[in-house]
Write a protein that binds this ligand. Structure first.
Ligand SMILES: [Zn+2]
Length: 234
């Protein structure tokens, strides 16, 4: 059945070729979502092993943590930023899975994941998740898990407060906006573990810090690290 499906898909592609989600050119055989050129052009950060990298700098002095990293640079109005937009607002879970898998390969190669026991994707408020149909950070986490086999804890932490968008807020407003919005629902899932908090885009880090504070105060998690698929430099 699978073989028939694959042949059908190939045939369909012949007449209705899929296009690259970054440059819009037709995808060639074996390419998926991004063409090879755009895959190679992702503005990667390459900082998994650099101490005091810009993501770690962002979290310095906020909460105790082990490591922090991000996959690529997020620059507004670029096609790569648009990829994240499609993941969040256009139902493109497949983009999240692909980016998560690519990130998973990079993280694994760099040794960043050594000692990390589980991933906690930043939770969405249930209302927003119902509207969107999925949590984009959980989709990214699933991509990382597909490569690394690391467990995902999707229900250990919940978002109790539905915040408004952070986009038009400055750093202080962002910190206030997300303070106390998370709750630990199942502390036993976190106890004794080195937790990787995963976000889609890190801007000031305020959301991740709030989530980390909640985990550290309300469970016996051993330690925290941070990762996000994109780092928005301000
Ligand atoms: Zn392309």
């Amino acid at each position: 059945m699978n073989a028939i499906f694959e042949r059908l898909r190939d045939l369909l592609q012949l007449f209705f070729p899929e296009t690259c989600d970054v440059c819009g050119n037709s995808l060639r055989y074996g390419e998926h979502i991004l063409c090879t050129d755009c895959l190679l052009d992702i503005p990667l950060i390459h900082l998994h092993n650099l101490e005091h990298n810009p993501v770690e700098e962002l979290f310095a002095g906020s909460v105790p943590f082990e490591r922090a990293t991000a996959f690529f640079n997020y620059q507004k109005h670029t096609q790569y930023a648009h990829l994240v937009h499609k993941l969040k607002y256009q139902g493109r879970e497949d983009i999240g899975t692909l980016l998560g898998e690519l990130f998973g390969v990079a993280l694994q190669k760099s040794g960043f994941l050594t000692g990390i026991d589980a991933i906690v994707p930043i939770p969405l408020h249930p209302k927003r998740q119902r509207k969107r149909g999925y949590n984009q950070s959980a989709v990214l986490a699933q991509g990382i898990a597909n490569i690394t086999g690391i467990a995902i804890l999707e229900n250990a932490v919940i978002r109790a407060v539905n915040t408004k968008t952070q986009t038009r807020k400055n750093k202080e407003e962002r910190v206030q906006n997300v303070q106390g919005i998370f709750e630990v629902a199942v502390p036993s899932q976190l106890d004794g573990k080195h937790i990787l908090i995963l976000d889609d885009v890190i801007t000031t880090g305020a959301t991740c810090i709030s989530c980390a504070e909640t985990i550290l105060h309300h469970s016996n998690a051993k330690s925290i690290s941070f990762a996000s698929i994109a780092l928005a430099q301000r």
